[in-house]
Each structure stands twice: as C-alpha cells, then as structure tokens.
Design a protein around this ligand. Structure first.
Ligand SMILES: Nc1nc2c(c(=O)[nH]1)N[C@H]1C(S)=C(S)[C@@H](COP(=O)(O)O)O[C@H]1N2
Ligand SMILES: [Mo]
Length: 540
C-alpha cells in the first residue's frame, strides 16, 4: 500500500508540475500530451486506420486513457521499487522524464515541462519514502539516498512477479502492525506527507489550468471577433436542395455536428492578434499577412462539402458548411508563384503539414483561406482563426486547420505528414453515395417506401444517382436541386416494396464528368474507399 501510494503520489506531483511548467511553455508541451502526440505521429498507418475505424472520433480519448493507465502501472511499480531502493524508484521517474524529453524534442516542443515533471516526481517520491521510516537521530540523508546499494541488490535478487507486492505490503503495514521501535511514527509521518502531496497536487494543477486558460484560451478572442461582410455573398440554400424525408442528413451541417478529424490531442489555441500567415518558398515576393490584413481582403462565401479520406463506403466523415474566406489563388498570385512550383505546403500551429498540388489551387476553383463557418468565426476545433479549403480534394491534402504558413515547393523536395505515412499525395475526392433512409436493418411496411440519401463528387458534381433492389435493374433516383458542384447532392427514390422479408438496397452515383462510381471495393488507404453502399431492410 505504502509503495503504491508513494508511486502514485509522486506521479501525480510529476504531472501537475509538468502542467504548471507547460502553462509557460505552451499547453502542447505538457508531458502526457507530448508523449501522446509523439505516439500518434509514430503509430503505423494500419493501426491508426484501425483506431479511427473502431473508436472514430473517440480515438484520442482511448489513447489518453491508455497513457494514463500505463502511467498508473509504472508509478505503482516505481513506488514498490522505491521501498527497497529509492534509487531504483527514482530511475523509473528518470525514465518517464526521458520519454517526455525525447517526445518533446521529436516534436520541437519545450523540454522544460518534462524535465520539471521528472524532478518533481523524484523529489516527492523521496519525501514520501523517507517519511514512512521511523526518525533516525541523525544522518538520515545518507542512510536513505546514497547507500541504497545493499537494499538494491536484495531487491534485485528478489525481483519476481509478486515479490514487489509482498514486500510493499509487508513494509507498509509493518511499522503499525508489528510494533517496531517507534510504532505508528513512520506511518503517521507518511500519511501526513501523502496528504500534503495530495493538497499540493490539487493546488498546482488548479493553478496550472487557470494559468493555461488565461494565457492561451482563444474563446474570448473568438467571441469578440466580428467578421466583415462578404463582397460576394451567396443566396440562401434553396429548400429544394433537401428532400423533406425524416432521418435524412440536413443539407447544411451545423458547426457542432460537423465531423472532426485531426491529430491534435488538445486544441491548438491560436490568438488572432499574434497570428501571421507567411507565404514563401518558390515565390517572387515572399509575404507575411496579419489577421487584420487577411480580414481586409475581399471575402467570399463558399458552400462546400469537406470530406475525409478515412471514410469507409457509406461513412460519416463529410459535412457541408457555408464558409467565408479570402481567395487563396489571389494571394498566391500576389506572391508570384515561380515556374516549377508543384506543391503548396500548409503548416499549422501544431506542426501538421498538408500538401496540395499547386495547379489545382490555381485552376479557377474557389480555394479559400477560410475564417468563417456558417456565419460564425471558425470554431477552434475546425481551425480558428484560419484554415485552407480547396474544393475537390480530401481534407488531408487541402484543408490545413490552424494554418500559419504556406510554402511553395516541389513534390520531390518535401513529403507532408500523410504522404510520409503512405497516403496518396493528390487526394482527389472519390465519388461517394450513401443510403440514409431507411436506416440499416429497418423494418418497413409493404407498399411505398421512401429511400433517400446523400451523394458527393466534390468539384465534379453529382449528375445521377441510381438505386437497385436485390441486384435487380438500376432505377434513377430523383435528384434534389444542385447547389453547386462543390457540395453534396441529396436524392430520394420511391420503392414499391411488395415481397415480405429482407431486401438489399444498393446505390451508386455518376459524377459530373459522366463517370459511374466503380463497384470494386477498396479500403480508404491509400487514396479513398471505393465501392457501392448497400443496406439491408426487412419488409414486414
Ligand atoms: N492542423 C491540422 N489540420 C488538419 C488535420 C490535422 O490533423 N491537423 N486533418 C486534416 C483532415 S485528415 C481532415 S479530413 C480535415 C478535417 O477537418 P474538420 O476537422 O474541420 O472536419 O482537416 C484536415 N486538416
Ligand atoms: Mo481526413
């Protein structure tokens, strides 16, 4: 018990001290976050894919839970070891700190929080372990710390599964139970130190959180921001873009319901006041823009469906919003794109890199430096204060959130984050169509059944949607009004459901170039899933 409590107390102190240091060096540099972020960067693509598939947007919670659970196990182990050899216990904390330092340096994050955490953990572990020993007239320091060697060799020889438990429990209970020379003294001393540790952790952690919020939280700046009116406003989305079918996805996705996919364990807090966007690399006139300068550029509205390459067939990671932003192509032209520049690399405040083919940005499509989403400043989760959007491309090759830097380069010279992990470097959106109504495995009454869903082939547009039942002939679905080729298109079809029993409904779309969605099933990796979505419905 004493051993476990010492280890856990020391670990909590380490994390709180690390969080406090991170309140000065930046929230992303807190030890657990820096280790978690490094873990995300190092996770092999198939495992990451699997994690996204199984945990969806909870993947980060799962990762953090795993890190905390590992820490609890190691902390208990450190505490048990420390009862036999303080040095060995401290070594576990040195390992913790070393892992944090390595993770921080791998991501260019501050080293201070991990170092501080390691020192605090070692100091508190020492204090806790010593406090439980009966007071010795003098020389306590040398008796405990330096000559731990004899104890260590004993522990080493006895390092079997369960040995730690036995010794830990035995020693912990010992002073109180066995009536040694000063019964209860060591135990009381230990409990007092443990309580002081708990109180200290609470105070330090609360202070760290308050400081972090005060120094970094952008909620206030976001709430105070008034976005200028667009020079080119769009008419409202016509009601006819959305078939009035209960259960069908809304045409415009509310900000709070918009899917979120990124590698950020905590949301980057980017203050608009200090924000700049650098445009450099293969340009004639490198430039740097403040947020005010960005807002003074002509802003346009764009209805656009953003989607993620990680979608399975029929998957949920797509959303449509009315975005507001400045033309990305105009800004690049001002900077003067040099001949030979093939790749536009967007960098985010949290170190993400996303590469977009330059010719696609400049071919006339409405590529944006977006600052607004559905009439509000970008939500922090969606890139506040500025993100890029390039219609026709998946998010991972075009939609840098928390954007701070644009570099023009070649493909040979730089591999962005996802390309290094094997994903296709172009990332053209594949034609996708989904049956949303009836829901999978729904039971429906015989007669007229409305089948409806959503299809997208971003920037190419959706020209047709067909549905078939049980592999029968394809039937033309009725298309709702097309708002633009850059947004999804909803559809409905009236099915005359006669035969009782289960039936398979399938859907396929044809894009604006006349290409029919292929039947071949491919997984999302490396360039987006293909295949037809199907759903099974039972007629009662
Ligand atoms: N900084 C940053 N930007 C990013 C990402 C990221 O991990 N970090 N993920 C990209 C991916 S894979 C997608 S699909 C979109 C998702 O944008 P959303 O979260 O606003 O829906 O953001 C893109 N931009
Ligand atoms: Mo994505």
């Amino acid at each position: 018990m004493t051993g476990a409590a010492s280890g856990l107390g020391a670990a909590a102190a380490a994390l709180a001290a690390g969080d406090l240091a991170a309140a000065f060096t930046g929230p992303g540099s807190a030890p657990v976050l820096v280790v978690g972020s490094a873990a995300i960067d190092l996770t092999p693509t198939p495992l990451k894919d699997w994690a996204v598939r199984h945990f969806g947007t909870h993947d980060k919670t799962v990762l953090l839970t795993g890190i905390y659970a590992t820490m609890v196990v190691l902390a208990v182990l450190a505490g048990l070891l420390a009862l036999r050899s303080l040095r060995a216990g401290i070594a576990v904390f040195a390992l913790f700190a070393g892992l944090g330092l390595w993770a921080a340096s791998s991501r260019d994050a501050a080293l201070l929080p991990s170092a501080v955490a390691g020192l605090a953990g070692a100091a508190v572990l020492t204090a806790l372990v010593r406090s439980r020993r009966p007071a010795v007239p003098d020389g306590t320091v040398t008796a405990d710390a330096a000559p731990a060697a004899p104890a260590t060799s004993g522990a080493g020889a006895d390092a079997r599964p369960g040995a730690g438990d036995r010794v830990g429990a035995g020693v912990g209970v010992g002073p109180a139970a066995s009536g040694s020379s000063e019964p209860g003294m060591g135990r009381r001393g230990f409990l007092v130190t443990l309580a002081a540790t708990a109180a200290g952790v609470a105070v330090v952690e609360t202070t760290a959180r308050a400081l972090t919020a005060a120094r970094y939280n952008v909620a206030k700046a976001r709430a105070a921001l008034r976005l200028p009116a667009p020079v080119r406003a769009l008419p409202p989305v016509p009601a006819s873009a959305h078939p009035a079918v209960p259960g069908l996805t809304p045409f415009t996705t509310p900000d709070g319901a918009f899917y979120r996919v990124d590698t950020a364990l905590t949301l980057p807090q980017v203050q608009p006041s200090g924000w700049t966007l650098r445009v450099h690399g293969m340009v004639d006139r490198p430039l740097e823009l403040s947020f005010d300068q960005l807002l003074r550029r002509p802003l346009r509205e764009l209805d656009y469906t953003l989607s993620c390459v990680s979608n399975e067939v029929g998957g949920p990671y797509a959303g449509t919003a009315r975005w507001l932003g400045a033309s990305l192509a105009d800004l690049l032209r001002e900077a003067g794109v040099r001949r030979g520049a093939e790749q536009l690399v967007g960098r985010s405040a949290d170190g993400m890199t996303i590469g977009t083919p330059v010719d696609l940005v400049l071919d006339g499509r409405e590529a944006l430096l977006a600052v607004g989403m559905n009439g509000e400043p970008l939500p922090v989760a969606h890139g506040f204060p500025c993100r890029s959007l390039v219609p026709g491309l998946f998010g991972y090759t075009s939609a840098t959130k928390w954007l701070v830097d644009l570099e023009l380069t070649t493909f040979a010279r730089f591999d962005p984050y996802w390309v290094r992990r094997g994903w296709d470097r172009t990332g053209l959106v594949r034609t996708a169509s989904r049956i949303e109504v009836p829901a999978p495995f729904a039971r429906v009454a015989p007669g007229r059944v409305t089948v409806a869903g959503t299809a997208w082939a971003t920037h190419r547009g959706v020209a047709a949607v067909e549905v078939r039942v049980d592999g029968g002939p394809w039937q033309q679905a009725r298309l709702a009004t097309a708002v633009s080729p850059d947004v999804w298109r909803q559809w409905s079809w009236s099915w005359d459901a006669a035969d009782a029993g289960p039936h398979t409904l399938e859907v396929r779309a044809t894009d604006g170039t006349g290409t029919v969605q292929p039947q071949t099933r491919n997984p999302p990796f490396p360039s987006g899933a293909t295949g037809w979505h199907s759903t099974v419905v039972t007629v009662t």
